[in-house]
Design a protein around this ligand. Structure first.
Ligand code: FAD
Length: 465
């Protein structure tokens, strides 16, 4: 880096990885700037990802409950109507409040927002919209973009990515979702609840790859019962647009007879790719892997001295909280501290209803690794609170080491699973045994008692089953 620099740390990208890194670096006494080309801070997550999708999931769930479920509770609403424009406006106000919140945090922590496109020139040097800026350390947190599919041309109106699916102006009659992963199932659920006939096409013969098989099977059964149609083991080879809608050509994944499917709107949700092209990385000598992700060492250093990378643009799960943890870790490492992320204790949540939440190893992982384990399970049908709130679908599954009883993984499908997974993540982080969870007093009546009971069931001594 040049002897005199404009900043100590420059972060490129103000998503959860970048903005958290910038704030932590400022807390540690660095002079920090964060480059962001979007009109607002917060990245994919706050603008077109986690936050707007969760707002729409909540709102559509409330609509569905008012229309189809409140009657059972003795609440009679004569006519429930959808005001989609208002629903979208509320979603946008949630986004606006969040992105403004990050702007406030930048001011509070004296982080400078350099507005524009950052381009990496080399160690210590970048440009922002062509203007040179220097720093001792550069952290790339450029995130990811929706992956494309040959033969399927996105126009964000009839054929949309998650971004378009978060702002449709009318409820489609028929929607086809390409991809049975987290984003496809969440946004498919939103539009299904609002009245669309939704078909999910997935290449593999299962949903949410990587999730514990038993959980994935239950998940598929529950979503199907709700009315989402599933076409697993199939691939889309072509999408043709007309004034009427989109005609999709669909084939069995292993080859076979093609068929066609009609849709008003197609959501392409087959994954995301690292945003590593077009801003000087390769020219500066930064190594990328086969999938375009920036290669880093255990301390987030790239192949060019003084340049680091975190979040969706490097390997690992593409999750906001993973990016945030890396943001904190790299800032602390730059300050000479022992920043570290425990990749064995990163929860993952699908915010459908019921939710799916997992942390640690799946049964399949443990079998592959030859680890001997015990299983404890507890269904929400046997949990008092779940019955009271009328949400008894699903179960908790605790996997513990046969010899040491250490908790190796927890997998939950059920109400508020995303909140319940926090104590399980803490258990794994602290190296707890299933006995530790089982002996911890849990408030009654709460959904969290199902976690305790599943831990008790590891040694077959659950009380309520
Ligand atoms: P991003 O959030 O992608 O931010 C990168 C930022 O860098 C962008 O704002 C971009 O404009 C900027 N940038 C890139 N290049 C440049 C450049 N050269 N100059 C200036 N600026 C640049 N994750 C969860 O954990 N939970 C969820 O519920 C969840 N829901 C999701 C729902 C959807 C629909 C989507 C699409 C994603 C969801 N995710 C969720 C994933 C989550 O959004 C990402 O993992 C997270 O945003 C990654 O953070 P990041 O900081 O690495 O990158």
């Amino acid at each position: 880096a040049p002897a005199e620099t404009d900043y100590d740390v420059i972060v490129i990208g103000a998503g959860p990885g970048g903005y958290v890194c910038a704030i932590r670096a400022a807390q540690l006494g660095f002079k920090v700037a964060c480059v962001e080309k979007r009109a607002t801070l917060g990245g994919t997550c706050l603008n077109v990802g986690c936050i707007p999708s969760k707002a729409l999931l909540q709102q559509s769930e409330n609509f569905h409950a008012a229309k189809d479920e409140y009657g059972e509770m003795g609440i009679i609403i004569d006519s429930v109507k959808l005001d989609l424009a208002k629903m979208m406006a509320r979603k946008q106000s949630v986004v606006d409040a969040n992105v403004k919140g990050v702007e406030f945090l930048f001011k509070k922590n004296k982080v400078t927002w350099l507005k524009g496109v950052g381009k990496v020139e080399g160690t210590g040097r970048i440009t922002v919209d062509g203007k040179p800026v220097t720093a001792k350390h550069i952290v790339i947190a450029s995130g990811s973009d929706s992956a494309g599919l040959p033969g399927v041309d996105v126009d964000e109106k009839q054929i949309v990515t998650s971004t378009g699916a978060l702002e449709l102006s009318a409820v489609p009659k028929k929607m086809v979702v390409i991809g049975g992963g987290v984003i496809g199932l969440e946004l498919g659920s939103v539009w299904h609840r609002l009245g669309a006939d939704v078909t999910v096409i997935e290449y593999l013969d299962r949903l949410v790859p990587g999730t514990d098989n038993e959980i994935a099977k239950t998940f598929q059964r529950i979503l199907t019962k709700q009315g989402l149609k599933m076409k697993l083991g199939h691939k889309v080879t072509r999408a043709e647009k007309s004034a009427r809608g989109v005609t999709l050509t669909v084939e069995p994944a292993q080859g076979g007879t093609a068929e066609t499917l009609e849709a008003d709107v197609v959501l392409l949700a087959i994954g995301r790719t690292a945003a590593s092209k077009g801003f000087g990385l390769e020219e500066a000598g930064i190594e990328l892997d086969r999938r375009g992700r920036i290669v880093t060492d255990a301390h987030y250093a790239t192949s060019v001295p003084g340049i680091y990378a975190i979040g969706d643009v490097i390997a690992g799960p593409m999750l906001a909280h993973k990016a945030e943890e890396e943001g904190v870790a790299v800032a602390e490492l730059l300050a000479g501290q022992a920043g570290h992320v425990n990749y064995g204790a990163i929860p993952a949540v699908v915010y459908t209803w019921p939710e799916v939440a997992t942390v640690g190893k799946t049964e399949e992982n443990l079998k592959e690794e030859g680890v001997s384990y015990k299983v404890g399970k507890f269904p929400f049908t046997a949990n008092g609170r779940a019955r009271a709130i009328g949400m008894t679908d699903g179960f908790v599954k605790v996997l513990a080491d046969s010899t040491t009883d250490q908790v190796l993984g927890v997998h939950i499908i059920g109400p508020m699973a995303g909140e319940l997974i926090a104590e399980c993540t803490m258990a794994i982080e602290f190296g707890a045994s299933s006995e530790d969870i089982a002996r911890t007093c849990h408030a009654h009546p709460t959904l969290s008692e199902a976690v305790k009971e599943a831990a008790l069931d590891v040694d077959k001594r659950a009380i309520h089953i």
